[in-house]
Each structure stands twice: as C-alpha cells, then as structure tokens.
Write a protein that binds this ligand. Structure first.
Ligand SMILES: *[C@@H]1O[C@H](CO)[C@@H](O)[C@H](O)[C@H]1NC(C)=O
Ligand SMILES: *[C@@H]1O[C@H](CO)[C@@H](O)[C@H](O)[C@H]1NC(C)=O
Ligand SMILES: *[C@@H]1O[C@H](CO)[C@@H](O)[C@H](O)[C@H]1NC(C)=O
Ligand SMILES: *[C@@H]1O[C@H](CO)[C@@H](O)[C@H](O)[C@H]1NC(C)=O
Ligand SMILES: *[C@@H]1O[C@H](CO)[C@@H](O)[C@H](O)[C@H]1NC(C)=O
Ligand SMILES: *[C@@H]1O[C@H](CO)[C@@H](O)[C@H](O)[C@H]1NC(C)=O
Ligand SMILES: *[C@@H]1O[C@H](CO)[C@@H](O)[C@H](O)[C@H]1NC(C)=O
Length: 440
C-alpha cells in the first residue's frame, strides 16, 4: 500500500503538467489517505497545479488538522509548487488534513483522511477443536485492537517439517479446515500469522495432538427402563454418534435426577466403541420414582466432552404406597335417620418413598356391630358419598398403585345418638386442613 502510494506520488509529481488540463482540483495531497503507526510522525505534501503560477506559489499554502491551523514551524516550502507538513506524534484514530491557499480568504485546495493504528501483535493462545470427519477449528487471541482490518492465516504443518500442509484465512480470530481436509493419522502443529496494512507477525507453531482436542456430537438415549421384577433399578441404553475418532477408549458420564427429591447423581461408564451403543444399570434408586437421565461422553485423553444428550425419563418398579391417605368426613344433617349422607374426602400424603402412580382408591365400610356386612367401593376420585343408616360405621380408605395397597386410613362414623356429642368441623386455609373438634 505504501509502495503503491509513493509510486502514484512520483507519477503525479512528474506528470502533473500532463494531468492538470482536465483536472478540477487545484492541488493534490500525497500520500493520499495514509495509514500509519500510531505515535509515528506523519509527513504530507501538497502539490499545486501549475496553473497557479506564477501569481501564487507554495509559500501561500497553510495546513489544517481537523479544522485547526497547524503551526507554521511544522510546515515547509519545498519549492514553488510543493508544501509539506510534519506532525511529529500522530495519535488520532482518524483525522482530516487539509491544505489551503491563504490569500484574501482561505481557499481549500485538497484534503485527505489519515488513520493510525498498530501492527498486529503475535497471536497467542491457539486452541483447536476437532470434529472427526467434519471440521477442525482453531481460535486464538489477537491481542490489542489494531484499528485496521487484520487478515489471519492459520497454517497446519507437519511436525519436524517446515512445509505447510494446509492453510485457511479469515478476518476474525478463528479459522476452520473442513473434511476431507482433516486427516487424523498425522501429527500437526498450528501457526497463526496476523497481517494488516502496517505489518505482520506470527505465532510459534504449536503442536496439538488431535486426540487431545476431539469433540463429538452428544449421544442419544434410546431407553430408560425398569427390569420387571427388579426394584430400585433402571437400565439406560444409548447410541453413540457416528463420527468418532477411531480410538478404543471412551468414557460416558450418566447423570440421573430423582424427580421427587430433585437430587442429582452421576456415574461414569467406560465404553468400548466397537458396538456403537452403551448401556448401564442405575442401582440404589428409590421405589416408585421418576428419574430423568442425560449422558455426555468423551474420548479418553481429549479435553472436550460432547454436549449433553437430551433428557429421557423412566420410573422405577412400584412398591405399595407406604403412607395412609389423610381422611375426613362430613355428615349431612338429615331428617330421615335411616339415610344419612356421609361425604368422605381424602388426600394422599407425601410419603417416603413416593407412592408412585395411584390407580385408584378402595373404600370399605360396615356397621360397627355387623362386620359381616362389609361393602367395598372403588373410586378414582378423592371423595365419595355413602348413604348410611343410623348405626355407627367404620369406614376405611386405601390408595392403590400397580404394586398394591397402602395401609388403611380408618374413620368411625358415630351413630345418630352419639352424633350430637361431638361435632367436627374441617375447613381449608391455603389448602391446609384445619380441624376444630368441639365436645358438647
Ligand atoms: C518540487 O519538488 C518536487 C519534489 O522534490 C519535485 O519533484 C518537483 O519537480 C519540484 N518542482 C519544481 C517546479 O521544481
Ligand atoms: C512566491 O510568491 C511570492 C510573491 O507572491 C514571492 O515573493 C516568492 O518569492 C515566491 N516563492 C517562490 C518559492 O517562488
Ligand atoms: C505522543 O503523544 C502521546 C499522547 O499525547 C504521548 O503519550 C506519547 O508519549 C507521545 N509520544 C512521543 C514519541 O512524543
Ligand atoms: C492467554 O491465556 C492466558 C491464560 O488463559 C491469559 O492469561 C492470557 O491473557 C491470554 N493471552 C492473550 C493474548 O489473550
Ligand atoms: C431441581 O434442580 C435443578 C438443578 O439441579 C434446578 O434447576 C431446578 O430448579 C430444581 N427444581 C426444583 C423443583 O427444585
Ligand atoms: C443390569 O442388570 C441386569 C439384571 O441384574 C443384568 O442382567 C444386566 O446385564 C445388567 N446390565 C448391565 C449393563 O450391567
Ligand atoms: C358402591 O358400589 C356399589 C356396587 O358396586 C354400587 O351399587 C354403588 O352405587 C356404589 N356406591 C357409590 C357411593 O359409589
């Protein structure tokens, strides 16, 4: 660029008499639109067209930097057509320099934009990630901002050989080689050259073994299943992605979260890549509990784990609910003592281990003195209305899941004679049951 500018500069100086016939400008500034290193001296020339001579010459030229007059000691009359200006320490990111003819009034002759910046620092901290049969991407730190567009070239070289195998270019701090230009059976070093208008600099060639930077796609969970008859166990099976560096030793980390307690555990599984699938038993789990499972894997020796697979849920074998339901009742005041409406209501209690999937409730009731008249009803709702006569009754409710029944919650319904002696009142406050028992 500099070379180019100075060539033009010489060309115009030498040929200005030829050019000025058709030109509408009165003068030219050279070099035009220079780009320089910040803090370095800037020297510009303003070259008058011959048409000005002899009435006006370079001694009438003044210079301005961003509309401020530049002190005359920094300006120099080279000869009758050329004036120069020197700015010792140019620190602007971008500035505008004008040369003007200063007679009765100021007249703009030419202007140019000056930019300053830095030559690139040595790129540092090169790191790469290798997606087998896909791409090999390196990133690095460029160092300080240079103010100019920087072009980076990433070189891949064979170890112990100066020859570049391959290179890629970019204007940002990363670059990729794409399959099939990503062989894995060779040992490479990686070097970055940064180049802008002011100069270039190169990193060392850093040896990075591909096995240490391999990353592959997340595995895919095929199933999370219980084995019928085995409690507190789930079997997880998963599929490995297709594109994996041919190495014998993989490690997968299985994360399983108890959705009841929200407690998460991890287990590591070694894998042989030959069969492309993995499986493991999660043991010591809670009965009747949902678990959410996710898996990530890594090639042993690599710094990069795959991403996590999608989560998949499974439930352990059920055990009969261990807790009673919380049971209460409301006896409707009735005129006919033969037929009382008794409303039963219940709530499953939070128990440990959890009760699993409740399929329904079993309600049993019988007159206190005639156990033989026991009757049974089933309900999937959490309430039932029984029609009872005046006798005292015993009612019980159990919750059922696939494994069995919970212990019975038992309630006595007093006979109509006793009824007036005790009155119970249940009300709900914020979903919590509050019980008032009044003895009369
Ligand atoms: C003025 O100086 C420039 C640069 O030194 C030179 O190229 C040019 O021929 C000179 N012009 C005259 C009229 O002497
Ligand atoms: C420029 O012009 C002035 C008069 O306007 C004259 O005194 C001076 O000698 C000239 N300078 C050159 C370098 O020709
Ligand atoms: C240039 O100017 C900057 C800021 O004004 C100052 O920090 C720096 O020391 C100067 N450099 C020189 C060589 O004068
Ligand atoms: C390179 O990485 C090291 C450690 O992470 C850090 O301290 C340093 O600043 C980095 N260098 C550049 C140029 O970013
Ligand atoms: C469960 O734990 C995860 C983090 O392990 C958290 O993000 C989530 O909010 C928790 N959920 C509940 C219901 O506590
Ligand atoms: C999981 O447990 C079952 C039953 O004990 C067993 O047959 C199976 O081989 C186990 N699977 C793994 C991957 O250990
Ligand atoms: C209880 O079950 C019996 C027989 O299955 C049925 O006739 C009766 O309507 C049920 N009672 C209630 C309250 O659901």
């Amino acid at each position: 660029m500099e070379m180019f500018n100075s060539l033009i500069w010489m060309f115009v100086l030498l040929c200005s008499s030829v050019a000025d016939e058709n030109s509408i400008t009165d003068a030219d500034i050279f070099p035009s639109s220079p780009k320089i290193e910040r803090g370095s001296p800037l020297k510009l020339f303003c070259v008058l067209r011959k048409s000005y001579l002899p009435q006006r010459n370079a001694s009438h030229i003044i210079w301005k930097l961003n509309d401020e007059l530049i002190a005359s000691e920094n300006c120099n009359i080279v000869n009758e057509t050329v004036s120069s200006v020197t700015i010792r320490n140019f620190t602007y990111n971008t500035a505008y320099v004008k040369c003007l003819m200063n007679l009765d009034k100021e007249q703009l002759l030419a202007h140019t934009e000056v930019k300053s910046g830095f030559r690139p620092d040595r790129p540092e901290n090169i790191s790469c990630i290798y997606f087998y049969k896909d791409n090999l991407t390196c990133t690095w730190n460029a160092g300080r901002e240079t103010s100019f567009t920087t072009n980076y070239t990433l070189y891949r070289k064979l170890m112990n050989s100066p020859n570049t195998v391959s290179s890629c270019q970019n204007t940002t701090e990363s670059c990729s080689f794409f399959y099939p230009n990503t062989p894995y059976d060779r040992d490479f070093c990686f070097q970055v050259e940064a180049k802008n208008v002011l100069g270039s600099s190169s990193s060392d060639c850093i040896h990075i073994p591909l096995i240490k930077i391999e990353k592959f796609a997340p595995p895919e969970i095929l199933s999370v299943k219980k084995i019928p008859g085995i409690k507190q166990l789930l079997t997880v099976t998963w599929k490995m992605p297709e594109k994996i560096f041919p190495s014998k030793h993989l490690i997968c980390q299985v994360q399983y979260r108890n959705l009841y307690s929200n407690f998460t555990k991890f287990v590591n599984v070694s894998l042989n890549l030959e069969n492309k699938t993995g499986s493991c038993n999660l043991t010591g789990l809670w009965d009747s509990t949902d678990y959410s499972v996710a898996i990530q894997c890594v090639n042993n020796g690599s710094a990069f784990w795959s991403g996590w697979s999608g989560e998949k849920k499974g439930s352990t074998e059920e055990k009969a609910p261990s807790g009673k339901v919380d049971l209460w009742r409301v006896i409707e005041p009735s005129h006919s003592s033969q037929n009382r409406s008794v409303h039963l209501m219940w709530k499953p209690l939070k128990s440990f281990p959890p009760s699993g999937r409740i399929l329904g409730y079993k309600i049993q009731y019988f007159p206190e003195k005639k156990t033989a008249l026991k009757r049974t009803n089933n309900s999937t709702e959490k309430k039932i209305t029984l029609l009872l006569n005046e006798e005292a009754h015993i009612v019980s409710v159990t919750a059922c899941n696939s494994a069995g029944e919970s212990p019975e919650a038992i309630l006595r319904i007093p006979s109509t004679d006793e009824k007036s002696k005790i009155s119970q009142c249940h009300i709900f406050l914020n979903n919590e049951k509050v019980v008032f028992i009044t003895s009369v």
